[in-house]
Write a new protein. Structure first.
Length: 498
């Protein structure tokens, strides 16, 4: 009786612990490990279904304990790390198992503060075919994810892995094409058409195409979003041209809205950095059409300046031609004055002559010299003009700079900068009706209430004969030393050569 009761207890123990297998057998050990993992998972997932922050076990639970709870674990910092460790340590089988369990909620994980890291990790671990499945499962939520702080990181990760897949696909297509060419005589036209159809279908089902098709309807909106613009710029940077053309088309259709936005102007600059193509040329043409309005905008002026920097002569000349007759109006505006300086540098000699003819009007030039923005355009004109053009410009400015007219302009910050520019280009410059004393540093400092330091150098402390330039009262003092060359400026009570 006692022996039978013992056998009955042993059988119950085997059924409960070992699943009915003999004690010590491999099946018994597997069942025992499985129960231990389940107990560990019960400790991890508590009775309320929420993941505990701390774990008592010094080792991570096995994959079998994590499966079935991927959704809850992915929302927790520690649980998400456990899943990422499983992806790193358990190989492709773990990636496939976690991927399949999460197909219904990967769109949620993309925008989760912790789940997005798991989403990015699994993108790296799965095969290209599995990536197509994953991207397809979240395709309807890609736009919203791109607009999200965490989701945009997930979308950018999709772009990066898709770029690698596209490169591998192009290499494999090239190998297939070489192989087909070597056997072209042995193949019929019908088999060639079927092979081409299969290639086309393979490209159509790529993850990159699914991604771009999903983002296409909202491309313009993404360009001006604080998070979405990063996803768009990553596509422009990583994916081949045939996958980025939709961005050029969307920006060209809404170029005024995109270029006037702080994020949109950055996207357009990345578009202009891409290789030459029909879509890029169309975008540049649209910018040129709207250049006059864009150059007066706080952000649009950067787009126009970028076109002047990186585009060809035809586009540059079109912009420069568009401002002829409007130089003085645009030069006194904060944003367009920057574009005008760039136009003076990049325009043709004929257009520059027209610019300078417009500037040579005495009343207009006086207004520009006194304007806080226009004076920079006058300085640029002095720098890029020919010798004859510069002389004509200086002759027009002379009456406004002389002391006989009050000398008000030369006492302004812009006037001092212009006078300094003139003196650097023409060291022997002297205003009509003024003598050497008007440029003598001691006389200047005496009029402004300062005293020049003494020196044994006869040229120290004043400009040379007919020396050029004076920064004016409150400007620190200064003059051109023709004896030794260079300019002298009063700094910290001492004359220094600059």
């Amino acid at each position: 009786g006692g022996g039978g009761q013992h056998q009955q207890q042993q059988q119950q123990f085997q059924n409960q612990v070992g699943g009915g297998a003999a004690i010590g057998s491999s099946a018994y050990i597997d069942n025992l490990l499985g129960q231990q993992a389940q107990q560990t998972a019960t400790q991890v997932i508590g009775p309320d279904g929420q993941v505990n922050v701390l774990y008592s076990s010094p080792q991570r639970p096995p994959l079998r304990a994590l499966l079935g709870n991927v959704r809850r674990l992915s929302r927790d910092q520690v649980g998400c790390r456990l899943l990422q460790q499983a992806l790193d340590e358990d190989g492709p089988s773990a990636a496939t198992a976690i991927l399949n369990e999460g197909l219904t909620f990967w769109a949620e994980a993309m925008v989760d503060p912790f789940g997005n890291y798991l989403f990015q990790k699994i993108l790296e671990r799965i095969t290209p075919e599995e990536r197509v499945t994953l991207v397809s499962s979240v395709s309807t939520r890609l736009v919203n994810a791109s607009l999200n702080l965490h989701g945009t990181r997930s979308v950018q990760k999709i772009v990066e892995v898709c770029a690698i897949d596209e490169e591998d696909r192009e290499d494999s297509d090239d190998d297939e094409e070489d192989s087909s060419e070597s056997k072209s005589e042995a193949k019929s036209e019908d088999s060639d058409s079927k092979s081409a159809g299969k290639k086309k279908k393979k490209k159509k089902d790529s993850a990159a195409k699914i991604l771009t098709d999903a983002l296409r309807p909202s491309a313009a909106r993404l360009c001006i979003d604080s998070h979405g613009n990063h996803a768009i710029q990553r596509i422009l940077l990583k994916l081949p041209y045939q996958r980025t053309q939709f961005i050029f088309d969307a920006v060209a259709a809404s170029v005024e809205d995109v270029a006037r936005h702080r994020h949109g102007c950055c996207v357009i600059q990345r578009c202009l950095d891409s290789r030459h193509s029909a879509a890029r040329s169309h975008l540049v043409d649209r910018i040129v059409e709207k250049s006059l309005e864009l150059m007066q905008d706080a952000y649009g002026n950067y787009v126009v300046q970028y076109v002047l920097d990186v585009c060809g002569d035809d586009e540059v000349h079109a912009i420069c031609e568009s401002v002829v007759g409007k130089v003085c109006v645009l030069a006194v505006q904060k944003f367009s004055s920057n574009v005008m300086e760039k136009c003076l540098e990049r325009c043709t000699d004929r257009v520059r002559e027209e610019y300078l003819n417009e500037l040579n009007d005495s009343d207009r030039l006086r207004e520009l010299m006194m304007d806080p923005f226009g004076n920079y355009v006058v300085q640029r004109a002095l720098s890029v003009s020919t010798h004859a053009q510069a002389i004509r410009l200086v002759e027009t400015m002379k009456p406004h700079l002389s002391t006989s007219s009050g000398g008000g302009i030369r006492n302004t910050a812009g006037g001092r900068r212009i006078l300094g520019k003139i003196c650097r280009r023409f060291p022997n410059f002297q205003l009509e009706g003024e003598t050497f004393e008007d440029y003598d540093l001691n006389q200047v400092l005496a009029r402004s209430g300062h005293h020049a330091p003494t020196s044994s150098n006869p040229h120290h402390g004043r400009g040379g004969p007919r020396g050029g330039g004076w920064d004016g009262p409150r400007g620190g003092g200064g003059g051109y030393d023709s004896g030794r060359g260079g300019y002298l400026r009063l700094q910290s009570g001492r004359l220094r050569r600059v």
